[in-house]
Structures are given as C-alpha cells and as structure tokens.
Design a protein around this ligand. Sequence first.
Ligand code: 26Q
Length: 818
Amino acid sequence: MTQQLHAPTADEVEAFRETILAKLTYSIGKDPEHASDHDWFEAVALATRDRMIDQWMDRTRESYRQGKKRVYYLSLEFLIGRLLIDSLSNLGLLETARQALAGINVDFERIRLTEPDAALGNGGLGRLAACFMESMATLGIAAHGYGIRYDHGLFRQAIVDGWQHEQTETWLNFGNPWEFERPEVSYLIGFGGSVMALPAEGPGKEPRHFWHWSEGVRAIAYDTPIVGWRGASVNTLRLWRARAEADFHLERFNAGDHVGAVSEGARAESISRVLYPADSTEAGQELRLRQEYFFVAASLQDLLRRHMDQRGTLLNLPEFASIQLNDTHPAIAVAELMRLLVDVNGIAWNKAWELTVATMSYTNHTLLPEALETWSVGLMERLLPRHMQIIYLINAHHLDALRERGIHNLELLRSVSLIEESNGRRVRMGNLAFLGSHSINGVSALHTGLMRETVFTDLHSLFPNRISNKTNGITFRRWLYQSNPQLTALLVEHLGEELLDDPENMLRQLEPYAEQAQFRARFAAQRLENKQLLARIIQEQLGIEVDPSALFDVHVKRIHEYKRQLLNLLHTVALYQAIRSDPGGNWVPRVKIFAGKAAASYHTAKMIIKLTNDIARTINDDPTVRGLLKVVFLPNYNVSLAERIIPAADLSEQISTAGLEASGTSNMKFALNGALTIGTLDGANVEMSEQIGLEHMFIFGLTAQEVEARKQAGEYNAEATIFGSSRLNEALLSIRDGAFSADDPARYTALIDGLKWQDTFMVCADFEAYWHAQLEVEARWRDPNNWWRSAVLNTARTGWFSSDRTIREYAEDIWKVL
Ligand code: 26Q
C-alpha cells in the first residue's frame, strides 16, 4: 500500500514490533508460539492505540487551553466498520505494521480480517456519522461524537434457502481493544415518576419544577479515539452503556424480592442491548424512546459539566458549544436542555430558550412520511412527564408568538404545532427539532428544496432563514486509499503524493489522463484486479463462478421499495428472456450483483430478497444463457463487504424513485472509484451529474416533479404502461406465474399485483426508460476507449464529494468554528 509517505526505517519497524510483542505478552498474556489470529489482532490494535494516545492527550489539553468552541455530534448510529487499517493508515504506520509482522511471520492480511465490524448503524445515516467523525478529526475541529455502545450492532444476515434470517451480531464477544471504559464518567438517568411545582418565590420569578423520577439507570462512558489524516488530531467518540443502578435494586433484593430486583436490573440494561434494526420508524416503541432519552440526557449532562468546568456559567453556552442532532432521533435534547437550564440551573425560561436555539442544529435525512418520528403523548407523559410539560410550554409560547405576529390561520397553526391532534395526540419530533434549532439542513440540494416545499413548508414560511443545504460527502481515506490501494497507487504515481493530502483539488488534475490510452489501460487493469478479488469472494461465499471480464453491475444498499431493487430485477428478467430468445446474439456478458439487509419486519423487502435469490438460481442454472448473465446476492452487506464490492464495480445502480432518496452516499463512493452511474435525478445524483457531466453517467426516468405531478393527477395507470411494453409485461407475467418459484408458484402474486395496481414507486412507469439507459450502458461498454475515458473522469470529478468539504460547510455556516 502507498499511504505511507516514506518507507519506514528498520528502527521504526523494530520498535513497533517490540510494542506488538509486549502487548501480546503483557496485555493479552500469550506467547507468540500460541497466539491466535485474534490475539495478534488485539496486540496490533493496542500497539496502534498507544500511538494515538499522546496526540489524543495533547489535543485534548490544547483545546482546553485554547478554549476552542466544541462541536457535539449526537447520533443514535455510528456505522464504523473496522478501525485497524483506518487508524494505521491515518497515523502513517501501515507499512511499518506490515513489515513488523512480516518479520515474525504473521500474516497481516489474516490479522486484519479478524477484526469484527463495529456495525452500530443501519445504513447511510450511521455511515455518514462515521465519515464525519473522521473528517472532523482531519480538519482539527474539536468534536465529540455521542451515541450508544450497543452490545449488539445491526443483525447478521444469513440467507437460508433464499430467505433472509436475522442472527444476533456479537462484535464485543472477544472484547474491543479500541475503547477505554470510563467507570468514573457516569450519570444517573431518570425515567417515569411525577413532577412537583413550587410557586414562584417572588414577583418576576418563575415557579420551579422538580422531577421526582421513579426509575434510575446509570450511563457509563466508553471512549474510542478517532484519529484524523496524518495523525493531525484525535477526537473522542463517547458511547454510553446502560447499567442497573446497584443501590436501587439492592433494596428490593435485600427485602427478599430477588427475582424482581434482577428483572428490574435487566430492564435497565436492555437500553443499550441492541440497535433498532429499522431504517425508518417502526411503531413508536417504548424501548426506542428510552434509548433516545438515555443517551441524550447522559451526553447533555456530560457536555454541560465540561462547559461549567471551563467557563463557570451556562449563559455563554452557544459561544463554546454547538450541538448537532443527527435526524430527530436525539430531538428530545431540545426539551432536556431546557429542563437542565431552567429546572436544574434556575435560568429564566426565555433566556434558556434563547440559549437552546442558539446551541442546537438539526439535520433531516428523510421525507418519507413513515420515517417522521412522533411519540404518543400518553407514552411521553408516563416516561418523561417533565419533558412533556416542557414541550407543551414550548408549544404554547410558539403558538402565542405566532398569534402576536397576527397569524391566525388555523390550518397553519395546526401544521406548525408540536402536537399532532389527528391520529391520537402525538408529539412531532421533527417540529420540536426545527423549533429548537437555529439551523436545519437537508443533505442534498434536491432534498433541501423538497424539505422547504413539503414537510416543513409552513415552518419554513415562518422561519425562512433556518433551512440550508449541506450536501453529504464521504471520507476518501476509507473509501479510496484503504479500500482501493490499487487505484490509489496509480493516482499517486501520476499526480504525486500530495494528492493524498488534497484530493478535493488534485483529483481534477487527472482529467488529461482520461485522453491517454495507456493510462486508461492501467485504470482498467487495476479494476480487473479488484474484480478478480471480488470474484473469489463470490466463489467462496456462494459457489458461483463469475467472469471478471464481464460487466459488474452492482446494486448494494438497504432493501427498500423506494430504492427500487425491483426495477433492477425486472430488467434482469427481461434481459434473461431476451438472451433466451436469441442465445447466439452478441450480448454483453454481465454480472448483476445485489446485497443489502431488509428490516426484520418489512415483509415486502424480504420478498424482494427471496425473489432475487430465486431469479439468481434460475438464471445461473440455465445453460442457454451460457454465463452471459449471472446474478448473485451476497449475504450480510456491511462496511467491510462494501469496501470489497465498490472498487470492483463497473456500473453503480442509483435508481430510487425521484424525490425519495435524500442524498445517497454510496453513489459517491462508486463514482470516486471510477464506476459509471445509472441513476435517476434524485438526491445527490443531481450534484454528481453537475460535477461529472451528464454524458459520463446514465441518467433516466421521471424527475421528482414529474413523479409528483403523476401522483397529484391521480390518473397514472400502470396497466396502460404495462400494456405498452411487451418486455415489461412478459417479465411481470413470468414472475407472477411462478417461472422463478416452481416450488410455490403463487409466491410473488401479491408482489407483482402491487406493481400493477398501485405502482407507488413508479417501477413500471420508469421501466422503459431504464431499459434504454441499460442499452446505452452496453453500447458504451462495447467501446472501451469511451467507457474508460468516462470512468477516469468520474474519479477525476468527484473531489467535491469529500466529507471534508461537507464538514467545512457545517463548520463555517452552522457551528461557526472555522
Ligand atoms: C427511527 C425510529 C425508530 C427506529 C428506527 C428509526 C430510524 C433509524 C435509522 C429511522 C431512519 C434511519 C436511517 C435513515 C437513513 O439512513 N437515511 C439516509 O441518510 C443518508 C445520509 O444522509 C442519506 O444519504 C440517505 O439518502 C438516507 O436514506
């Protein structure tokens, strides 16, 4: 690998080797003769961690001394993946470690693979938080990530007979060498109970409220250092673990209620047991609300304590702290901060509100109605009675202020209220986050526009300056340098090592090379290497042989109807039928690669996985297609698998129904690695087409406006569309009639009828356009000069999608820290 600027000296290698051996002996208690791969991994991780610590402490002391403003990133998800290569590479120790291990005959690659993924997230939102942590460390922003240290991350997906099975994820089974447990950093978090109000102590004073909660859960801090590029700075990701409060239960225990005491303890500890495995809201479940409040309360107490230690007053909080809410999941922070300021610290309501709004900001990641969080008033009153009162009070002040502005339109007041009255009374967390923040942002230009026009129209009309756009980005350290060392080496060879420090600007210098046949050949050759590696994984995992020279057409992401894996499957079936009817035709050999998890309770998504596997088996077993078309579904998609798949992709599928994908981030990862995108004008695909140029992508289908117009008109009829496309009709019929499910011919009747009668996601509506875009893909592929020219330009023009750029925008516009 090329990331180390200068080859390590023999002394450096020897010194690192000594540390590793010392860790193995004295921290793990093994001698090299008997050490397992895992022991070695742990020894290397501990040796690496040591190298971060000096810098970590320096930076922490330094930011204390300078009194810098701090950023607090509150997120229920951090989808980190593995940390070993990330840390070594950012510290410039990758080559040192490799040589240190080679000298004692330990296989670095095997060691690397023993690290489990930290899968504390579902998908895009969680991975974004992880990229942001790395970019904030790289840019030297004093940032703290706050979240939950789940015992179990996102479930492991097993595919049995084509169906998804969820298995418990166990990343902590062998311990976690990256984290520091901080038993001394702990807070007691209350739930339930009642509120007592004491009358105001005098004129001009406000009544004081005391929350007597009935259940206490202890939050214990676990810190993971996050190191930035070239070790420039090291920040902390602080994750909270829930522990039963010993004394609490001891009383019951001593009173003889052993079972009761233990079950109460289990109830407390269940809060940090498992990540919710849905990437859109499930029915408002109590445990989820307990998770949200638990980590928000611990984090706010922690950051207020730090602020008080340094400043001695909370009245200047917004000058020294910015709190970013990653979606509405931590939105209860608005009420909790008010409670801490008003009830605990005696600050007057209006002043507290001013401080809260000036400190908080909120990022929205979805407009899907089912994903907008609301909590029933009843549940809130039972679990967080004081917060419910505070929310009512915020709402009353808010609505009064509007009436004072002369706004009496009932419909408007109803829509901007914190309480939804129509389907039982519910608290709208989106509106709470909006009102409690000075800045609200979307994650792509299109999405931000739609936020203004749809979910937040009315709030936007009242606070027209609050919404802004911050288009997502990705960290190039992980998604290029680490995951694609072959391409990185090629880029460094031509552009120099400075590229690694400033890819945002320097990648553009690659453009002229797109015109050089020799360079294009090198570019294609490194891709082929990556495809051979992926082909080996496919062979190992599925026993399916794929031809590395075929077009690798890749669709990997959470399974969702709006992401339209079904559209891709219909293309697959139509292509299969076309090949069967002309087996001797001049076809482009293609491998369709799918991967992704379905929420456990999302029936249609699970059916889509089964259908993919049914189609794969049928096509792969059919001798008439002679391997011209292969279909694979790789199980258990996660960060580590993404790192193998993305650098091996020729074609990136980003085909969501326009208007529904807030941004997408894998779209950027693929383009950076030189894949061409087939996609709709949705999310950040729009910005990508502006940067890369429409002629180097395959953009097709209805626009967001056109989708909306069809829905409004209410006259869109998939039947007529199907009637107009015999290809589509035949593909639908064959699936519906059981051509891929002979064992259960009616398996897909409901799924296909859904497309015919509803077509909510415009799968049929976009089919022909998609088919023709795929024909263009094939035409370009047959013309290698043009294909690889476009591929090189994709890499060259993706610099803007660095999460360093995104974070700089947050830092300048929202946090005011740069
Ligand atoms: C909420 C309540 C209860 C249970 C689960 C949830 C929940 C959990 C995760 C709701 C949503 C999520 C995740 C959403 C997500 O990943 N959104 C994606 O965010 C990316 C980063 O901004 C975007 O690129 C994607 O477009 C968007 O889908």
